[in-house]
Design a protein around this ligand. Structure first.
Ligand SMILES: O=C(O)CCC(=O)C(=O)O
Ligand SMILES: [Fe+2]
Length: 328
């Protein structure tokens, strides 16, 4: 059962002091995640149809539960799966048929009342859903086919979320909200944070040259603070994190699939740091009529963004030029 108690004053002051707080049992595994898992079973079913039709797959593994079926089918088919399951567009190479998953259960998840009640305690009652949002379903690193290795399926190097948005949003109170759907532990790649690192500035990020994290922008080794704290979490637990908190997603060294969502919320009216992508008003006391409660309109806003970006010039999603001496 998810708890209905609000965030405690101690939890809020931990966030202020440390730049993060894990709130246990905020979401209900059955009612909040059940419909989402069912929706992803359908997405996987469609991928399996295609892989089978294309001759990449001989066994549909029909009877396996979602994460095991994903592992079994992806390791045989050696096809990418992350973008068809993500809840956002990628940052480059967008086509009219770039897949994304914009189902009604995901929209409900973004609007989970318990989650928004908690978010309200951090940023106030005028809540905008920031479009920097992902789902990361990570196979064991040792079994992940190279064809399926992307920023969503690989481990994530040290970074600050403020470092992966455009600088017009530097002063915005964008709150990162991260939660696991499956257990996340040190072995299968939970998050790790540097407590207190949000109190210092944004530090230089470089483009990774490591084949395992290629394409990511991350903090060069000498600038990562030494005190790193892994945060094992259970399904239902939610991490709230400041935009300047240094963090990473540990490698999945287990034989289990590790699945998380990372969402972001901010006060209405501030830049999002990704202006080409659509956000929406999730809650408003001042203008309740502005709240987006129509799943189809939300999905259509992403489809319209896809169409614009597919036909337009490439837009610049990140500020780092790589000319810092740290990036050599
Ligand atoms: O889930 C991960 O591995 C990384 C997530 C992350 O960096 C974020 O949510 O901001
Ligand atoms: Fe992050």
């Amino acid at each position: 059962m998810a708890k209905s108690t609000p965030i405690t004053p101690e939890e809020l002051s931990q966030f202020d002091e440390q730049g993060f707080v894990v709130v246990e049992d905020l979401l209900d595994v059955e009612t909040d995640f059940g419909p989402v898992v069912a929706e992803y079973e359908t997405v996987l079913e469609q991928l399996v149809d295609r892989w089978e039709a294309d001759g990449h797959l001989s066994n549909r593994h029909q009877t396996l539960p979602f994460t095991q079926r994903l592992l079994a089918t992806v390791t045989e088919a050696r096809r990418p799966y992350d973008q068809a399951m993500d809840i956002s567009l990628p940052q480059a190479g967008i086509h009219n048929d770039t897949p994304m998953h914009l189902g009604p259960a995901v929209f409900r998840l973004l609007n989970t009342p318990n989650l928004l009640d908690a978010v309200e305690q951090f940023i106030g009652p005028e809540i905008y859903s920031n479009p920097v949002q992902h789902t990361r379903i990570k196979l064991p690193e040792s079994q992940l086919p190279s064809e399926a290795r992307t920023g969503l399926t690989a481990r994530i190097d040290w970074h600050q979320d403020q470092g992966v948005i455009t600088n017009d949003a530097d002063e915005c109170d964008i709150l990162t909200v991260w939660f696991p759907v499956t257990e996340a532990d040190i072995e299968n790649g939970c998050l790790a944070v540097v407590p207190g690192s949000h109190k210092r500035d944004l530090v230089t990020h470089c483009k990774s040259t490591d084949p395992l994290t290629l394409g990511q922008v991350s903090i060069p080794e000498p600038l990562v603070e030494p005190h790193q704290l892994p945060l094992p979490m259970n399904p239902g637990d939610v991490l709230f994190m400041h935009r300047r908190t240094q963090h990473s997603g540990l490698p999945n060294r287990s034989d289990r699939v590790r699945w998380s969502f990372d969402l972001r919320y901010q006060p209405i009216g501030q830049p999002t740091g990704r202006e080409w992508f659509p956000g929406f008003v999730a809650r408003s006391q001042a203008h309740p009529e502005s709240v987006q409660d129509d799943h189809q309109a939300w999905a259509a806003s992403w489809q319209a963004a896809r169409q614009r970006l597919a036909s337009g010039d490439d837009v610049r999603f990140n500020r780092w030029t790589g000319d810092s001496h740290y990036c050599a």
